[in-house]
Design a protein around this ligand. Sequence first.
Ligand SMILES: O=c1ccn([C@H]2C[C@H](O)[C@@H](COP(=O)(O)OP(=O)(O)OP(=O)(O)O)O2)c(=O)[nH]1
Length: 181
Amino acid sequence: MDIYCGDAAFEADTVLRRATLPWSMYESGTAVAAALEAAGATLGANQRQPNGVDLTVEAVFEPVEPGFIGRTEKHVAERRELRPVDGRYRLDPGTYVIRYGEPVRIPEGRVGFVYPRSTLLRNGAMLNTAVWDAGYEGVGEGRLHAGHPIELEPDARIAQLVLARADHDDTYDGSYQGEGL
Ligand SMILES: O=c1ccn([C@H]2C[C@H](O)[C@@H](COP(=O)(O)OP(=O)(O)OP(=O)(O)O)O2)c(=O)[nH]1
């Protein structure tokens, strides 16, 4: 391929785009922001990242009874909502469930993944998350594991949602559809 005749820089850029765009598996942060705003989220400038959008912590819970997963039925354990003390959730080491602050809608042709904010990891904590299905709409939850004491302000950024292009069969129609809306 001759990319050096004419405006070489322009043509090289064009060739590069043709070569890379079909392989661009993930959406840009702007596209992720648009999907969240379509679901009704109000995003601060600091939530917009190059490759995704930061999600905030809206509530922190502690399960207070056993949960249940059977072959056909499931049950999410009753939980106790923790209250901030002097403006902070002061978490001892342990396992918590957090609810994010933003409504999310996963567009068709996409799948969502939520990753912990790296500062969480750097403080010895971890956010465990599952697959965000095409068509899901709601305010989701995740598992926060605190390996050491950690303090969080309500509405602090804790995670990042990214969207990948994906084939799928049907769209999400499970029991969590519309949760928290
Ligand atoms: O960390 C996550 C991952 C996903 N979700 C949302 C989006 C996802 O589409 C929905 C259902 O997730 P999943 O299919 O894993 O739930 P399930 O336990 O299999 O329930 P169901 O049988 O209703 O699908 O929950 C979260 O809130 N947190």
